[in-house]
Design a protein around this ligand. Structure first.
Ligand code: SF4
Length: 700
């Protein structure tokens, strides 16, 4: 085909380039001109256009009537209900009683507009987004250690030149398959892939070495690697001396993580740990990459810092052909965390508690800095406090399905049901939208313009290939209409994303994530522009940290990280460790992918993966039903017996709601600084439908 409109996949942070040809059916083709995926797509990308004309699509607003039913309404009725609800809530309970919840799938323009809607129109501090559940630990760790957070501070193509690659808690072979072409290229040149993961995932199966660490022991493995690196003289001493600070305390700290101790705590065999350290330490070019495995824990920041310590000790960060990065998850997980939908942030990574940042943004917004609210609660904290004194009583949700994606999901669902006003903008009636008082139908990726920032920090263009259905509106138009109903007509320059982007450029000028030199025309001409890009003549910044780190001293910082056990450990009542993750054929809360026929055929059921020894002990076989029970609740899954999972671990994917919702089980214990919930580890037991099944975990 290779005609049509060049745009990008609506799903993950790789933002694969694709071409859409609108007709009776919208056809999809991978775009070979986009350098990141070079034409390759995974099955999610190939089938993304099916949702444009799906029979479940929301095609007009819905409003809950006196009988409690969601019924068809006009936009006028829906907007009036929202405006009345906001006014009444703020009059009775104060400005912060109205909250906004955004998403890492929103374009940069929408993320920016949502932050501005909160601070400049509603004047509420209550705003956060689902990226808090995804990227906040990596963001906090990178900012602390390196002075700046950008998922990959280098172009993805650099990975293909690696001699060694350590991938921690990320199953890219299933979550972003086109990325594997770079890993395969590195392997073909003799490079070695080392994977740390409690499961033998498709990615781990492709590795030279798989370290099957127990969930919650990531920092132990990192410290063990560093112990061997120090012990065996593999530290890049010149780099450590010239470009970093704080190594001596880390050197002393990791002395206590000898390989036998690491094996005892994590289950990683001594010989494998030593081999991994030497593969990394002996490589001329190497990368350390972290994913949600180590990050989605109550120790997520510490775990990530521990792996950054490894990368710094080896002199990788800022060296061409080497580096540290985090593998961002959601489509705009990068841009979504930069432009002000986070509770503590203004556009461009400016901090909301920084007077200079407030003054700059207030000037762009034409308001008094004093009128800008301060920091609000993080995503889970805002949701958990709904309906309590001082908590949110009216919530507007854009592009997020919090009933499925929040930890301790049943408790969050109960709080949502008790709200005075819940408004959800989405394409489908998600589990969260089904609870709403007002549901707004929004445009899909192929029906809108805007920008997304992929996992490399490359700003790309989402381009409209067809008109949305007649009564469907873009989120920008929705936010603008809400503001207008509240009497604020000057909130956004127009509904046109290009105008909003031009304002975003002004708001981010001089900030860490500076977009001021990026324009739509440049993105079109150059195939994407890397931030920071402080002027239209600046080439953009594909590689960060080459000369110095943006810390006060210009050096990267080491942090000694002692092992701290997960918030919940197995005991007699809950003897197994539960961990959660993604499948190839589903995406996030499944609102979209569960509706795509080809994907539903590949992954029709929420499965629980159990080791054969566990299944034998419990007389369970593949295809049986079993309940997983934790201190939060219970969910039921179809058994899949596989040796790919450790004997002490239960794995469930988190793409389903209701009785099969993995997050009814997960622990909302939060990282003390990133406020990331502990999705990746909690204590659990298995129960047959008849009675609790007593059993004990074992070694992998
Ligand atoms: Fe879409 Fe990600 Fe698949 Fe690429 S890897 S096609 S961006 S879901």
């Amino acid at each position: 085909m290779l005609g049509g409109t060049a745009t990008h996949c609506p799903y993950c942070a790789l933002q694969c380039g694709l071409r859409l040809k609108a007709g009776a059916r919208v056809e999809v083709e991978g775009d070979p001109a986009f350098v990141v995926n070079k034409g390759a797509l995974c099955i999610k990308g190939w089938t993304a256009a099916e949702l444009l004309s799906h029979r479940d699509r929301l095609l007009h607003p819905l409003v809950r009537d006196d009988r409690g039913e969601l019924v068809r309404a006009t936009w006028d009725q829906a907007l009036e209900r929202i405006a009345e609800g906001i006014r009444a809530t703020q009059a009775r309970h104060g400005r912060d009683a109205v909250g906004l919840f955004g998403s890492g799938s929103l374009t940069n323009e929408k993320a920016y507009a949502l932050g501005k809607l909160a601070r400049a129109v509603l004047r509420t501090s209550s705003i956060d987004y689902n990226g808090r559940y995804c990227m906040s630990s990596a963001a906090t760790a990178s900012t602390r250690a390196l002075g700046l957070d950008r998922g990959l501070p280098f172009p993805i193509e650099d990975l293909g030149e690696a001699d060694a690659l350590l991938l921690v808690g990320s199953n890219v072979a299933e979550t972003m398959p086109p990325l594997m072409q770079y890993i395969e290229k590195a392997k073909a040149r003799g490079g070695a892939l080392v994977v740390v993961d409690p499961r033998r995932t498709a990615t781990a199966s492709a590795a030279a070495l798989h370290l099957a660490a127990s969930p919650g022991t990531d920092a132990v493995v990192a410290n063990g690697l560093l112990h061997v690196i120090v012990r065996d003289g593999l530290v890049d001493e010149a780099y450590v001396r010239d470009r970093t600070e704080g190594f001596e305390s880390v050197r002393a700290q990791v002395a206590g993580y000898w390989p036998e101790r690491v094996e005892r705590i994590s289950g990683v065999p001594t010989a494998d740990l030593e081999r991994a350290a030497h593969l990394l330490g002996g490589a001329r070019r190497a990368f350390v990459l972290t994913g949600r495995g180590p990050e989605q824990q109550a120790q997520g920041v510490a775990n990530t810092l521990a792996f950054i310590d490894v990368a710094l000790a080896l002199g990788l960060v800022g060296r061409r052909g080497s580096g540290y990065g985090c593998v961002t998850g959601q489509g705009n997980g990068q841009g979504g965390r930069e432009h002000g939908q986070k509770a503590d942030q203004l556009p461009g990574y400016r901090r909301i508690d920084d007077p200079a940042a407030r003054a700059h943004v207030a000037r762009v917004w034409g308001m008094d800095p004093e009128a800008l609210p301060g920091p609000g609660r993080s995503a889970y904290e805002m949701l958990a406090a709904m309906g309590t004194p001082g908590g949110v009583r009216a919530l507007l949700v854009f592009g997020s399905n919090v009933v499925v994606s929040s930890p301790d999901a049943s408790a969050i669902e109960a709080r949502l049901r008790a709200l005075d006003l819940l408004v959800v903008s989405d394409f489908f009636l998600s589990e969260t939208a089904a609870l709403a008082h007002v549901v707004l139908p929004s445009a899909q990726f192929a029906e809108e313009d805007g920008t997304m920032t992929n996992l490399e920090g490359r700003v790309v263009r989402r381009r409209r290939a067809l008109e949305p259905p007649p009564e469907v509106r873009s989120d920008l138009a929705i936010m603008r209409a809400v503001a207008a109903r509240l009497g604020v007509t000057s909130y956004l320059p127009s509904d046109d994303p290009r105008d909003v982007f031009d304002e975003l450029r002004l708001a981010t000028a001089g900030a860490p994530a500076d977009y001021s030199g990026i324009t739509y025309d440049r993105i079109d001409r150059e195939g994407g522009v890397f931030w920071p890009c402080p002027s239209e003549t600046h080439p953009g910044t594909p590689r960060l940290f080459a000369e110095r780190f943006p810390t006060p001293s210009g050096r990267a910082r080491f942090f000694p990280i002692p092992h701290v056990a997960p918030a919940e450990e197995p005991d007699d009542e809950y003897p197994m460790v539960l961990t959660t993750g993604r499948l190839l054929a589903q995406y996030q809360s499944g609102t979209q992918t569960r509706r795509v026929e080809a994907l539903a055929r590949l992954a029709p059921e929420a499965v629980v993966e159990l080791h054969p020894a566990v299944a034998r002990r419990l007389s369970l076989s593949t295809g049986d039903q079993v309940s997983v029970v934790t201190r939060r609740g219970r969910a039921t899954f179809v058994v899949r017996v596989t040796p790919a999972v450790r004997q002490d671990v239960i794995f469930v994917p988190f793409h389903w709601g209701g009785e099969r919702c993995a997050n009814r089980l997960t622990n909302p214990a939060l990282d003390p600084s990133s406020r990331m919930p502990e999705f990746k580890v909690c204590a659990a037991r298995l129960e047959s439908s008849r009675e609790p099944v007593r059993h004990a975990g074992g070694a992998p």
